[in-house]
Write a protein that binds this ligand. Structure first.
Ligand code: MRU
Length: 361
């Protein structure tokens, strides 16, 4: 997608032993690229959220396994590095999916060929992620077209939570792909962007990428969505997902569940967009089964932003002596979801529909 008019992906190989990423900790204030040359550096980038978002975490782990193939002298060493990558973040299943796909590819080849095999596989994982998001855009566009017909040319208001945009994938995004496709097709769309405390991925990342693509949008405090829905100001909700069970329960950024409840109460369609690499076919009950990441409480007690003088600063927003807890994700039960948009089409959030479209999960 575009950054100051130039086309970028979120991750690429700058040479056979260097992975280049956009440092998302610096956005929206600074656009900086960093190079990752070792598994330790790459694992640190995932853990510290220089890269984040389910699809991008998966693609990064895919490239991480290519670095691991260079570092490991035996299969046991390779498996230990794979484990190090899997431990970085627990909720987005794309991470273990990509690592296991790489291990399978390398196990099927002679050990001496591991570097070449893993490089090819890493590129395949990244390209497939970008292609899947482009397809999600096409399928989601049909949903927006139907609403556009009913609204006869009026603005379509879409609410999204967190960042499931191109920054969360290799390109296009999941939740944002239908929005970009609708804008390109000349359908008037406006996006309500949940700020998404505590890390503010909505305010910092989604707003920035929408602005760069020229999409009308408005950032709202996290608790605003219900009010907007009660007043007919939201036509559609589209969120991303970090892990979806075979029965259609969706883990996504903390606060998603509350938006789904409000949408259900106000008969606003609530769609979840995901590439099929985000399904976890081993689970049915998302609330009991999906591991929910807990991050440092300082992300709740402190906020980062620009001072009037233009310096990046962190301020405390909770008084000393109060404790804080930081759950990164919640689970939205399938019954609250209108449909899932994947690269293969749109389906109901239930086991029969999901496994008909995705029999391999
Ligand atoms: O903690 P993050 O930023 O990695 O969280 C991921 C997200 O941005 C959201 O949960 C998103 O909707 C799913 S990732 C496509």
């Amino acid at each position: 997608m575009l950054v100051s008019g130039a086309s970028f992906r979120t991750i690429w190989m700058s040479d056979e032993s260097t992975i280049r990423i956009i440092d998302q900790r610096r956005l929206p204030w600074h656009f900086e690229l960093i190079d990752l040359r070792t598994v330790a550096e790459l694992a640190g980038a995932i853990k510290d959220m220089a890269v984040r978002g389910a699809g991008l975490i998966g693609a990064t782990a895919g490239y991480g396994m290519a670095l691991a193939a260079r570092e490991a002298q035996t299969m046991t060493e390779l498996e230990a590095l794979a484990n190090q990558l899997i431990q970085t973040r627990p909720t987005a299943v794309n991470l273990s999916w990509a690592v296991n796909r790489q291990l399978q590819a390398m196990r099927a080849a002679e050990f001496a060929r591991r570097v070449q095999v893993s490089l090819t596989e890493a590129e395949n994982i990244a390209n497939e992620d970008a292609d899947a998001c482009a397809e999600i855009g096409k399928h989601g566009l049909e949903i927006i077209r139907r609403i556009a017909k009913l609204k006869a040319g009026q603005m379509i208001n879409i609410l999204t939570h967190c960042n499931a945009g191109w920054l969360a994938f290799v390109d296009h995004g999941s939740a944002t792909a239908p929005i970009y496709a609708a804008h390109a097709a000349g359908i008037p769309v406006h996006v309500w962007v949940d700020e998404t405390r505590p890390r503010n991925q909505g305010a910092r990342l989604t707003a920035w990428e929408l602005r760069e693509q020229g999409i009308p949008h408005t950032v709202i405090a996290d608790n605003t969505g219900g009010h907007l829905m009660q007043h007919g100001l939201v036509d559609l909700v589209i969120t991303g997902a970090d892990r979806v069970t075979r029965s259609g329960d969706v883990a996504n950024k903390i606060g998603t569940y509350l938006k789904a409840l409000a949408a259900h109460d106000n008969q606003v369609p609530f769609y979840v967009a995901l590439p099929s690499s985000t399904f976890d076919g081993s689970l049915r009950d998302g609330i009991r089964g999906i591991p929910i990441e807990q991050r440092d409480a300082s992300e709740v007690t402190h906020l980062e932003g620009l001072t009037e003088a233009g310096d990046l600063a962190t301020v405390r927003v909770v008084s000393e002596g109060s404790s804080a807890v930081n759950y990164g994700f919640d689970v939205t039960p399938a019954r609250l979801i209108t449909g899932l948009i994947t690269e293969r089409g749109v389906c109901n959030a239930d086991e029969s529909a999901i496994t008909t479209l995705h029999p391999e999960i």
